[in-house]
Design a protein around this ligand. Structure first.
Ligand code: BGC
Length: 499
């Protein structure tokens, strides 16, 4: 058995005494596949830090390291009313954020719309029309019979985009299972604006924002120790504030080297060339069967979209291999359905408080129609722990890599996403891994008062996007228009808004 390298975060004191030898050896095999020891975490982090630097060079690397043209933190004195649109993987959210005169304060109203599953593999027209319809509904509902001039909009578009300007973004590739033809390689702003114009909506796209950048900025609004914004959700990624002088691929623009520039790392793409991550045969299947094989290698091992699927593939493998060890004579047809189990399913298993794992037993019966025996339940629980723990430990490598690259030893990370917020033990396992990677003293790694603390973020895709729109308008007013495509029309929109 491979050791974790340090004390494990709390886990149920389950007994493996009743587990027969064949299942025990399967558990040991799974531990060898999924446990990532300290030394490996360190090796991954070192390579990761180098890849971050490489992504900023003219030649580039696998990690995109996208400059975002969000050039500074808010100081708390931002004011005004902004729309924020969050096109996440599951929901579409529209917010109206008013940054008030009170320093650092805001009011928010918001509506959520379900993102229909078919839209993710539909056509570009369907996507933009749906998004614009939601905005129209929002404006009609909240501003019925009002004469509106121009509302500036921060659009949180959480996919990798090349931004020559903040009000522009060429989609590099879809991630998180999206697969809509005719969008990759193109600027997403014109078709979006056309859909708004077709509805006569008084909305001016001011900033296209990644969720990580929004998270960074929203978190920094209330905590000046914030240096990194992270999402651990359906996908995974981080943004941090770089200085322009450390971004060789922007050297041709002759920007002041001391100017700040938020970088959307897009580090879900880390190790696409498979140099260092300990991929299992299951990770390889996930990649092969995904709409974009060869992309998002790191993300596919740790993000919420994939955790349930990894788990499903392992169970199916144990059932179908020649020395079939689990679910003998059971109908596993439901287990055969790809992506039928989500990260919430794994979380529920890890949260089962009962020694006899009765909740897990019910879950298998009700969701999959499988009657799992006690030893099988032990294996199921251990497998969920292994997959969840690997995700948290590998996630820590991304944060540690940014810290190493920048030479930052003490700072806060603002984090958001379903896995961070809801997956049991994720925070503690991540803190433990950071401690191992960065050789913190024994008393650290508890998630509180650590040199690097990963804290729940403010609403990045709402308040963060609004703040970035506000910062962009402020730059236009100040005549600092680097990376703003259309300062004139933004200025016009602002004047209209103030009328
Ligand atoms: C996307 C990123 C995003 C992350 C978290 C990834 O799949 O490429 O842009 O920040 O998911 O939502």
């Amino acid at each position: 058995m491979v050791g974790l390298g340090a004390k494990k975060p709390p886990s149920r004191k389950g007994s493996m005494a009743d587990v027969p030898q064949d299942l025990l050896s399967q558990i040991e095999r799974l531990e060898e596949l999924f446990v990532v020891p300290t030394e490996k975490l360190k090796e991954i982090t070192d390579h990761f830090a180098k890849e971050l630097t490489k992504g900023l060079t003219v030649e580039g690397g696998t990690i995109p390291m996208n400059p975002t043209w969000c050039m500074g933190f808010p100081d708390g004195n931002e004011t005004g009313t902004f729309l924020a649109l969050d096109m996440g993987g599951t929901n579409l959210r529209v917010c109206e954020v008013t940054l008030t005169e009170e320093k650092g304060e805001f009011d928010i109203i918001q509506s959520k719309y379900k993102m229909p599953e078919e839209l993710k593999t539909g056509t570009a027209d369907e996507l933009w029309n749906y998004v614009a319809d939601c905005l129209e509904q929002f404006v009609e509902y909240h501003h019925e019979n009002e004469k509106l001039d121009q509302l500036p909009l921060g659009f949180t578009f959480s996919y990798p985009a090349t931004q020559d300007y903040i009000d522009h973004g060429v989609l590099q590739r879809w991630t998180k299972g999206f697969d809509i033809d005719g969008v990759e390689g193109k600027d997403v702003v014109p078709p979006f604006e056309a859909a708004l114009a077709a509805r006569g909506l008084p909305i001016k796209l001011t900033a296209l924002v990644n969720d990580t950048t929004g998270t960074l900025i929203a978190s920094a609004y209330t905590d000046t120790a914030m240096k990194v914004g992270c999402i651990f959700g359906t996908g995974c990624n981080a943004a941090y504030m770089e200085n322009c002088g450390s971004i060789p691929k922007l050297a041709h623009m002759n920007l002041d080297p001391n100017l700040p520039m938020a970088i959307n790392c897009e580090y879900g793409a880390f190790d696409n060339e498979h140099v260092v991550l300990p991929r299992t045969p299951f990770d390889i299947i996930i990649d092969k069967e995904s709409p974009r094989p060869g992309q998002q290698a790191f993300e596919k091992m740790i993000a919420g979209l994939y955790l349930g699927e990894i788990f499903r593939l392992v169970l199916l493998d144990l059932h179908t291999q020649t020395e079939c060890t689990i679910f003998v004579d059971q109908d596993v047809s439901k287990l055969k359905k790809a992506y039928s189990l989500d990260a919430g399913f794994l979380a529920a298993i890890e949260e089962d408080p009962f020694e006899n794992l009765s909740e897990t037993e019910d879950l298998f019966k009700n969701t999959l129609g499988i009657l799992a025996k006690k030893p099988e339940l032990e294996l199921i629980r251990r497998l969920a722990e292994l997959i969840g723990t690997r995700a948290a430990r590998l996630s820590a490598c991304g944060v540690a890599a940014i810290a190493k690259k920048k030479g930052w030893e003490e700072f806060h990370v603002g984090a958001d996403g379903s896995v961070f917020n809801k997956y049991p033990h994720f925070k503690l396992r991540g803190a433990q891994a950071l401690k191992e990677i960065l050789d913190w003293p024994e008393s650290k790694g508890k998630g509180k008062n650590d040199p690097i603390e990963i804290l729940p973020a403010e609403d990045g895709s709402g308040v963060g996007a609004a703040l970035i729109a506000a910062l962009t308008l402020k730059r236009v007013q100040d005549g600092n228009v680097a990376g703003i495509r259309d300062p004139e029309s933004l200025l016009k929109a602002m004047k209209l808004q103030k009328k």
